[in-house]
Ligand binder design. Structure first.
Ligand code: ZN
Length: 488
């Protein structure tokens, strides 16, 4: 590469003014890198974007680095072989353990969705009443495209290399990288790059936040910060306009559990496999220890969530101090006597016959697909059912409709009255809220002069940009896809 270009150029290929599709191309004097290669998620139009690879020369990349194993950050890695990339995929140890499973199950899911579409058995759900909730429901006419095969998922899996947290590693000519704990999900990291300047001056630093967890994370160890403020910070702003109500989720959950037990009700909880499932398991484990569950069975209907939970126990140094001590004493902090894991469709169907009070946690967290949709279809028209929502729900999907008062729904072709009780456990999020995001930036050593906000809906990052300017950040960029940010 010729001289005369900036020391670092960061080209934004996704998650700009939106919450999915994380992907950044970094160009230095001597190297090209990719940070994350995530899927766009949500509507059919969003999913269709995944087939269009970013316009860059994949063969010339020196390395691909991945912040964590959520699909919107890693979901397109399986496309790398077909795009001509043969090099390493660098990430943390827990993420390196998760990625092969995530990629393999993604390849399977892509095939299944095509088959379901052909057979007319694709999962479907929508709100029928009241009228004001029915308009925004997207109808998925087309299955998403096949992005990669199992063979390609396996090829990428063989190229994954794990690096320790906080240790600089030379990853390309003139570029060192390291991973900083982000307290978001197990293995999640911010990525710091240190790039030599052509004139031999102080190296330039750029920091990619990845997803940032809450400052007081009850499950994971605190964040790690760099020793100097980066010249450019690429920062997520998912909750840039939200402040979570300070509530005691544990007490709220206990109240729901006690009430459901007394009424002999079944609690259905839509959860995501990595992050939300483990947060809920930690709460239920405490409820078990403190005698609240009293034998109430808790079913975790997700093989991926079960495997992700095992990883937490295998990496105690990444856990919050008390949980870590518990772990080092030999007890799994996410395990308790009442927990039953369901690893197959057959096992999932076996709980249909349970007639006593119980809890069933299953994906998808948006309640629009996966085993949770089947459980909801079977039980939503019965007053002996409760549906417990624990996080943000995407507008237009079933979960959002139920939380907002849907009275009649259609699930997989069946029209059903909503007689279930709808519960919400507020304030549970794997993402920092606006106050915690400000705290995270504020704990950098020295002022961060330039921050580019990504991974947030437009209004979130506008609100957070104002908050940053109010505390003295010189320059706040709001890049769109295709924009390039530079460090001289
Ligand atoms: Zn994430």
């Amino acid at each position: 590469m010729s001289d005369g270009i900036a020391t670092i150029q960061v080209r934004v290929h996704g998650a700009a003014g939106e919450v999915t599709g994380s992907c950044y191309e970094v160009t230095t004097h001597h190297a090209r890198l990719l940070i994350d290669f995530g899927m766009f998620q949500g509507s059919a139009e969003q999913e269709a974007r995944n087939a269009n690879a970013p316009n860059l020369d994949f063969e010339k990349l020196s390395a691909v680095l991945v912040t964590h194993a959520h699909i919107d950050h890693c979901g397109r890695l399986g496309m790398l072989p077909a795009l001509g990339y043969q090099g390493p995929v660098l990430t943390t140890e827990p993420t390196a353990e998760l990625l092969p499973r995530v990629l393999t199950s993604s390849a399977t899911l892509q095939q299944v969705r095509i088959q379901e579409k052909r057979a007319g058995t694709a999962p479907s759900s929508r709100v029928l009443a009241p009228a004001h909730l029915t308009t925004a429901i997207p109808i998925r006419n087309e299955p998403p495209p096949i992005l990669f095969t199992h063979r390609h998922a396996e090829r990428v899996s063989r190229s994954i290399r794990a690096l320790p947290f906080m240790e600089w590693e030379p990853i390309a000519d003139g570029v060192d990288a390291r991973f900083l704990h982000a307290s978001h999900v197990i293995g999640a990291a911010s990525i710091e790059l240190r790039v030599q300047r052509a004139n031999g001056g102080q190296p330039a630093h750029v920091l990619f936040s990845g997803d940032i967890g809450p400052i007081e994370n009850p499950l994971l160890a605190p964040h790690q910060w760099p020793e100097r403020a980066p010249d450019l910070l690429i920062m997520e702003s998912t909750n840039g306009s939200r402040r979570f109500r300070q509530v005691d989720q544990y007490e709220e959950l206990c109240a729901i559990v006690r009430d459901a037990t007394a009424r002999n009700q079944r609690i259905l909880a839509p959860v995501f496999a990595l992050g939300r499932a483990q947060t809920m398991l930690q709460l239920f484990a405490r409820a078990s220890r403190e005698g609240v569950l009293r034998g109430l069975p808790v079913y975790l209907d997700s093989a991926m969530a079960c495997r992700a939970s095992e990883l937490y126990a295998r990496h105690p140094h990444l856990l919050e101090a008390r949980t870590r001590r518990e772990c080092l004493r030999g007890s799994n902090p996410l395990h308790f006597a009442e927990l039953h894991t369901l690893m197959s469709r057959r096992e999932s169907e076996s709980v249909d016959r349970v007639r006593t009070a119980c809890v069933i946690m299953a994906g998808s967290g948006f309640c629009d697909a996966g085993p949770i949709l089947r459980h909801v279809q079977l039980a939503i028209d019965q007053p002996s059912t409760r549906i417990l929502f624990t996080g943000h729900q995407l507008e237009g999907l079933l979960g959002h409709g139920l939380l907002n008062g849907a009275t009649r729904v259609e699930i997989n072709g069946a029209e059903l009255d909503v007689r279930a009780t709808i519960d919400r456990l507020a304030g549970i999020s794997g993402h920092a809220d606006a106050d915690d995001l400000l705290t995270w930036v504020g704990r950098m050593p020295g002022a961060v002069k330039r921050i580019a906000l990504v991974h947030g809906a437009h209004e979130s990052r506008l609100a957070f940009a104002d908050a940053l300017r109010a505390v003295g950040t010189d320059t706040v960029h709001l890049p769109i896809v295709g924009d390039t940010l530079t460090v001289e």
